[in-house]
Ligand binder design. Sequence first.
Ligand code: PLP
Length: 300
Amino acid sequence: MTEHVTTHQAEEDARNEDILIYLNGRIVPKAQAVVSVYDSGFMLRDGVWEGLRLYDGKWSFLDDHMDRLFEAAKAIDLDIGMDRNGVISALLETQKANGMTTDAHARMMVTRGVKSRPFQHPSLSRQGPTFTIIMEHSRPKIPRPIRLATVPHMRGLPMTQDPKLNSHSKLNCILACIAAEKAGADEALMLDVHGFVNTTNACNFFIVKKEQVWTSTGDYCMNGITRQKVIDLCRANGIPVFERNFSLVDTYSADEAFLTGTFGAQTPVGEIDGRQIGTGQMGPMTERLRALYKDLVARS
Ligand SMILES: Cc1ncc(COP(=O)(O)O)c(C=O)c1O
């Protein structure tokens, strides 16, 4: 079996060495795209981000991504320093500068900016936000379905750090991922505070049981845009879909399992905690939903 796989694995692309990065209104070569050690993002992970994909000249579900970015910024009381059109212009400008037309991935990041002193208080960030866009050539490619391991790290309650917030602080997810790797898996399957199966460290999680598609209630996971599109596609195509609580017992006996995220769309899961899921390969429902999603992307 292939050594190690991640859901964010892409084909090697030498062009990514020469990409241009958006940094606070300037487009600069990768080597010059640096921020201060006083930046709130570096120092405290105080910021929010979005991951977007370019397919056939169009940024998929751009409105949904803009909604989520501005909602997250408002939640952490961060003034992005641009309106929605300004952010979209920055994205298109970066795309143009890089001459990208399809199969690109953008990570748009905004932090509270450079601090005057190296301490936590947000009022120490006085110079305005740091806004960056990393845009890479990217064709997701994994050699086999993903292997997951359940880990002790949970998806928390909204009053600690709401898991819906696409914040830069990902330590809980990173620790989950490390624990899964140490257990011999690729990535982590995380439970909610009640012990129900919730999500992975970087993607939303679905199972298929007897032609039905199940995912968590959505209470403790990222409000994934791809997750919602899959739910909507099921509804529009007569596929029974349920946002519900379910346990590992339900999960191990699933016919199929898959992950969703902007980067990989729908990624098959072959094994969870050493149990093979279905045939261990991509199942027919996952394949169908992948085709429906591809079609939706082309139409939208
Ligand atoms: C923890 C987590 N779950 C799920 C997702 C997938 O969300 P989307 O489908 O909007 O890319 C992300 C992506 O940002 C994430 O960070």
